[in-house]
Write a protein that binds this ligand. Structure first.
Ligand SMILES: Nc1ncnc2c1ncn2[C@@H]1O[C@H](COP(=O)(O)OP(=O)(O)OP(=O)(O)O)[C@@H](O)[C@H]1O
Length: 211
């Protein structure tokens, strides 16, 4: 399998202060990389570097498709639950559709094909019955499904998940894990989780952050 993401000696942090130092790692096609570690150890910072949202202070991040270097990959991102504004006045359907913003011009309208993609992601997550509800009316587990639908709607090459298994019950946790196994058949996954048992059984590679 080709490598699709390579981090070479990356040091990154905020306001001139490094939170991860000299880190090298790679993600291959259809890989499953699990990231664990204590609070504040730099897991989300690493995800932001992988996503290209945080520029390294030194070192480099490279992306490849089919063995050829490219500027970007299609990435789906499920941020940490607490990073979401739960009171934002937006419906489930529009939240999922917003995962397609990067596939149209900034001021362009969504087309029929975008709406079909949103419908498919909503069905795949089993949230058809709540698609017109405002997100502030959802339970934690329902919101996590919506955010997962938003992360997969653009058919990403890499799915980046920051603790998607918090605030969900045992039943949906199992359901989500089998959804992820299906997604992983043609999409690489990079996932932060405190569920060591799941990570060590599902992931092909495990990174333990400890500064
Ligand atoms: N935007 C920011 N500005 C300044 N410092 C930040 C910022 N984001 C995170 N930090 C600090 O960087 C360190 C690493 O944070 P990070 O969120 O990467 O850790 P984490 O392992 O994901 O933690 P958690 O498990 O609590 O989510 C922490 O000390 C945090 O306070």
């Amino acid at each position: 399998m080709h490598e699709i993401i390579c981090l070479n000696g990356v040091t990154a942090g905020y306001e001139g202060r490094a939170q991860i130092t000299g880190m090298s790692m790679s993600v291959a096609e259809r890989d499953f990389v699990g990231i664990t570690g204590p609070n504040g150890s730099g897991k989300t910072t690493l995800l932001r570097v992988i996503l290209g949202l945080l520029k390294p202070m030194s070192g480099s991040v490279e992306y490849y498709r089919g063995g050829h270097k490219v500027a970007h990959l299609r990435m789906g991102y499920l941020p940490q639950y607490n990073a979401i504004d739960h009171d934002f006045p937006i419906s489930v359907y529009d939240t999922v559709l917003s995962g397609l913003c990067g596939t149209k011009p900034l001021w362009g309208r969504f087309k029929r094909e975008h709406r079909d993609m949103a419908d498919r992601a909503i069905s795949a997550m089993g949230i058809d019955d709540i698609s017109q509800r405002p997100i502030k009316a959802l339970s934690g587990g329902q919101l996590q499904r919506v955010l997962l639908a938003r992360a997969i709607v653009a058919k990403p090459e890499v799915l980046v998940l920051d603790e998607p298994d918090t605030y969900i019950d045992r039943q949906f946790k199992d359901q989500m894990h089998s959804l992820l196994a299906g997604i992983n058949s043609d999409c690489a996954i990079v996932m932060v989780s405190h569920d060591r048992e799941y990570i060590t059984s599902a992931a092909r590679h495990v990174i333990t952050m400890n500064r």
